[in-house]
Design a binder for this molecule. Structure first.
Ligand code: NI
Length: 168
């Protein structure tokens, strides 16, 4: 297993639309394990392959309190079960240090393949539903900062660009 580098906003590679996974083989399972290790190491509750510059439709999550329930979604698709929106303060491992309120549906039904390549469907609500939608956005090249005002987004962009120059 390996910890991978996470791309930071405004890296243009985060805008890539990921391609469907064609087969769930050992190489893909190895990538799943690296994604999980990277997510736990970074202290996140979700991570999409896009964020480590792998443009395949694959994401991992763990929204459990004890961080002992890894979830894997390959080629995830979801439908909204309740159109009522809920407000969450969202953060992102690719937008380190910033949290902004985003409104999203709070009940969804997701279909995906698991780590074993088997198809499954489940209903998610609350934090897990929000997180899944946030991660699927990554696979479509979208970030939570796309939902906030352009002024706020610009301010975050400038601060993160400055921080990246300092680190380089
Ligand atoms: Ni994110």
């Amino acid at each position: 297993m390996a910890i991978m580098d996470i791309l930071s906003f405004p890296d243009p590679r985060l805008r890539t639309r990921a391609a469907p996974v064609e087969s769930v083989d050992d190489a893909l399972r190895s990538l799943v394990d690296d994604l999980l290790e990277t997510m736990y190491d970074a202290g996140g509750i979700g991570l999409a392959a896009t964020q480590v510059n792998v443009h395949k439709r694959l994401l991992v999550m763990d929204t459990s309190p004890d961080r002992d329930r890894p979830r894997v979604y390959i080629n995830p698709e979801f439908e909204v079960l309740d159109p009522e929106l809920g407000e969450y303060d969202e953060g992102c491992l690719s937008v380190p240090g910033y949290y902004e309120t985003v409104n999203r549906p709070q009940r969804i039904r997701v279909s995906a393949l698991g780590r074993d390549g088997e198809a499954f469907t489940e209903e998610l609500d609350g934090l897990a539903a929000i997180c899944l939608q946030h991660e699927v956005d990554h696979l479509d090249g979208k970030l939570f900062v796309d939902y906030i005002s352009p002024l706020k987004r610009q301010r975050i962009r400038r601060k993160l660009e400055k921080a990246q120059r300092v680190r380089a």
